[in-house]
Unconditional design. Structure first.
Length: 390
């Protein structure tokens, strides 16, 4: 029996990035105590107002079908919040509710690019980006983010990558896996390239609320960009609620009918009780969001200070997000060997970054989603291991 060619396109080379994580899960199942620093799954609780609103909606039997693109009041709340942050008009007609940023990115690329098109994306990039582009039938064109620039974009190389088949430039800031936050000048330059070459700009802004080195800048906020910008985000990271699978796509109103048609044959709307919980998160700025940002900024600084004590490790400055990016090349070990030996010797699970792209080879992505004492213990174990590498 044969399968569709799609199964090859969605596999992606990044799928192997999770091998150490899976090995750690097996060891945990066998009874070994492991410190997991692999996945960006927040350890903090979601805001109480969100939990209360969700439970209340369930008790009121809000369990039927919802509108395909989300309830109008939720879309209006997302639009109002986004307009206030960007200083640009946005209304419910610009917003489509989707199951998380990942689902939003998949749906967006399905509607913007296809066979014969090229999508430019920086590498390293999150492991699923390759498969999302592949699923659309488009070709991925990568532009390296190099350690020597602390993984900020080389805008000249980005401009040189644009060709006659380019349809989309895709950015992610704060960046996963490196933690870099694009400057206003960098975003403005990318936006200017999109206007010059008549391109779509897709902006993955899931870590927007976790930018702490400098303010996040959405391309939607720039002149002449609303008609060609598609922003995808969610509450997963900012509100510590990835299991809710509540995200959104913001773009020109002409995009929404195409997304409706796609979602109609895929999801048929999201759970009403989840959308009511999300509405509680979006009607006002909740203090828990600021607390989460403070947590990750503090944790990144604390873990960075511990790891910087080793001459065999180089800590990449963490400007935002929920990860610390670590260069382990001075140890003489590859990142996969480092991570596997660290797991065996110190019971700490981290993610080798090689699967995120060639520019990430020799680096680890370390999740900051553990309480401070546990994270500090893990840092000391990593330091001990790195100091003993021969």
């Amino acid at each position: 029996m044969r399968f569709s060619p799609l199964v090859e396109r969605v596999a992606g080379s990044g799928a192997g990035a999770w091998a150490v994580h899976m090995a750690a899960l097996q060891q945990k199942a066998a009874g070994r105590e492991i410190i997991f620093l692999t996945v960006g799954d927040p350890d903090q609780a979601p805001p109480a107002a969100v939990i209360d609103a969700t439970v209340d909606a369930l008790r009121r039997h809000r369990t039927g079908y919802a509108p395909i693109v989300g309830y109008p009041e939720l879309r209006a709340a997302i639009a109002a919040r986004f307009a206030a942050r960007t200083g640009r008009p946005c209304n419910a007609g610009n917003v489509v509710v989707v199951p998380g940023t990942q689902g939003g990115l998949y749906a967006t690329l399905q509607c913007l690019a296809g066979p014969g098109d090229e999508v430019i994306v920086a590498e390293p990039s999150y492991a699923t980006y390759e498969a999302v582009i592949g699923a659309s039938g488009a070709t991925r064109v990568t532009v390296p983010l190099v350690p020597e620039r602390d993984f900020h974009p080389d805008l000249d190389r980005l401009a040189a990558a644009i060709g006659p088949k380019t349809r989309v430039i895709w950015i992610n800031s704060p960046h996963n896996p490196t933690g870099a936050v694009m400057t206003r000048e960098e975003v403005e330059t990318v936006a200017a390239l999109c206007r010059k070459h008549d391109l779509w700009l897709v902006s993955d802004e899931v870590y927007e609320d976790l930018a702490f080195a400098r303010p996040h800048v959405s391309p939607w906020s720039l002149d002449g960009m609303a008609e060609r910008t598609v922003v995808v985000s969610s509450l997963s990271k900012s509100h510590a609620m990835p299991g809710f699978r509540l995200g959104w796509i913001i773009g020109p109103e002409a995009l929404a009918p195409h997304l409706f048609n796609l979602l109609l044959c895929m999801l048929y709307g999201g759970p009403p009780f989840i959308q009511e919980g999300a509405l509680a998160a979006l009607k006002r700025e909740l203090p828990e969001v600021a607390a989460l940002r403070t947590d990750y900024q503090r944790r990144a600084a604390t873990l960075g200070r511990i790891l910087a004590q080793s001459p065999n490790l180089r800590v990449i400055p963490t400007e935002g997000g929920m990860f610390l990016f670590l260069d382990v090349r001075p140890t003489g070990l590859g990142s996969d060997a480092f991570a596997r030996r660290l797991l065996e010797q110190e019971a700490v699970a981290v993610l080798p970054a090689d699967g995120f792209g060639p520019s990430a080879v020799g680096h680890l992505r370390i999740s900051l989603t553990q309480a401070d004492p546990i994270l500090e213990d893990a840092g000391r174990r990593i330091l001990r291991f790195a100091s003993g590498v021969t």
